[in-house]
Design a protein around this ligand. Structure first.
Ligand code: ADP
Ligand code: MG
Length: 381
């Protein structure tokens, strides 16, 4: 294994973009859980082809092949996922390039596991998720940075619940406004910013923020899957030569569950929550749709708090990674398919012109029969 230091070396210089899209889309399948195994046996709806493609088997709609920037299968390691999806974005943030990492998927699909790990306080294990690894990586990069720069790290944590932005470091601030300025772009006005000085202190602060979410959880009916959680790291880089300051913002977003809530059973607050989540996630879908259709003048960012916060991330002023989390179980096939289609759509957001050509119909193509990987690939070109 490579040492921490060698892993972060070169973080000053790396900001290559691999293709025209500014959104990296990866998919992660979690292992089957015991309930799925008990009720549906080992039936899974995917057949992996390689690290980028798989065949999705839908009992109703037939077989589809999907290709993404990376696919993490059931036994993938947190480290592998982090290295592919997040590390390039962290490096860019050190170079004052804004970055965003979003987890999307139905409740129970592995969004929070990927973002935090099994528990945020388990911060030394191999199972730690993106957030603690980002913290380590930022401090690792800072240690390796050349002498001409002095770094300051700040962190805010908010939750979007029922279209209100709540400060998770100060629950009295429960309706933060999202504003925009030339210098800062989109920002959360009045959000608490904690200066973070080392990993331990950062993780303590984050655990506190998560606990403030969990307080809501008992009171508000599983608020953690009914709200979006946003971590905002701000990496300030001051040149020791001329005092010039550059800021890279790193936004980590653990979205509310994307499942369709059965409205017939839901009533009262539960129904209101479901409607609000559906509204903000469909607003996100609509923004992505508008961007991929090249309707650059009518991007409906203001339709929800979520899309407003993500405006810079989606609109081009940020390098963005989307992790689509899915259950591999056939019993969740329709939710997984809808998550994968969302991801395939997002892949077509272009950094430069955001115009999609007519030939470019998306990553989803139906395949009726196949024998070999190469045959499958041939069908797709
Ligand atoms: P979500 O945040 O999408 O609602 P969670 O991340 O809370 O879902 O995951 C649901 C359950 O599945 C948790 O118990 C979690 O520990 C487990 N889990 C999710 N992803 C993985 C994974 N890749 N490996 C092992 N367990 C996982
Ligand atoms: Mg969750």
């Amino acid at each position: 294994t490579i040492s921490i230091e060698s892993k972060y070396q070169g973080c000053q210089f790396s900001c290559e973009k691999d293709d025209m899209s500014n959104v990296t889309v990866c998919v992660r399948f979690r292992p089957l859980n015991s309930r799925e195994k008990r009720d549906h046996g080992d039936n899974i709806c995917i057949q992996g082809l390689d690290a980028e493609s798989f065949v999705f088997k839908d009992e109703k709609d037939g077989d589809f092949m999907f290709s993404f920037d990376r696919v993490f299968y059931q036994n993938s390691a947190q480290e592998d996922m982090f290295d592919h999806l997040a590390m390039p974005i962290v490096r860019d943030a050190m170079n004052a390039i804004n970055g965003t990492i979003i987890t999307y998927g139905q409740t129970g699909a592995g969004k929070t596991y990927s973002m935090e790990g099994p528990s945020i306080s388990e911060c030394n294990g191999q199972k730690k998720g993106i957030v603690p690894r980002v913290v380590d990586a930022l401090f690792g990069c800072m240690r390796c940075a050349h002498e001409g720069s002095k770094y300051t790290l700040k962190l805010s944590m908010v939750e979007i619940y029922m279209e209100r932005v709540r400060d998770l470091f100060d629950l009295a601030r429960d309706n933060l406004q999202i504003k925009e300025s030339k210098a800062q772009g989109i920002f959360l006005s009045g959000a608490t910013e904690i200066c973070i000085v080392d990993s331990t202190q950062a993780l303590q602060a984050i655990a506190g923020g998560i606990a403030n979410r969990a307080v809501g959880e008992t009171q508000m009916n599983m608020a953690s899957s009914r709200s979006h959680c946003v971590y905002l790291f701000s990496v300030q880089q001051e040149s020791t030569n001329d005092g010039r300051v550059k800021i890279g913002k790193l936004l980590l977003v653990d979205l509310a569950g994307s499942e369709k809530v059965d409205k017939t059973g839901a009533e009262g607050r539960v129904l209101e929550e479901a409607k609000t989540i559906n509204k903000s996630l469909s607003a996100l879908g609509n923004v992505i749709c508008a961007l991929t259709n090249g309707k650059v003048n009518h991007i409906p960012y203001r339709d929800s708090k979520l899309t407003r916060i993500l405006q810079d991330a989606l609109g081009g002023n940020s390098r963005t990674a989307l992790l689509c989390c899915c259950s591999p179980s056939s019993s969740n096939a329709s939710e997984s398919l809808s998550t994968l289609r969302f991801g395939a759509r997002a892949k077509h957001i272009k950094a430069s012109s955001r115009v999609q050509s007519n030939e470019d119909k998306g990553d989803v193509k139906q395949v009726t029969e196949y024998r070999t990987n190469s045959e499958l690939r041939d069908r797709l070109v």
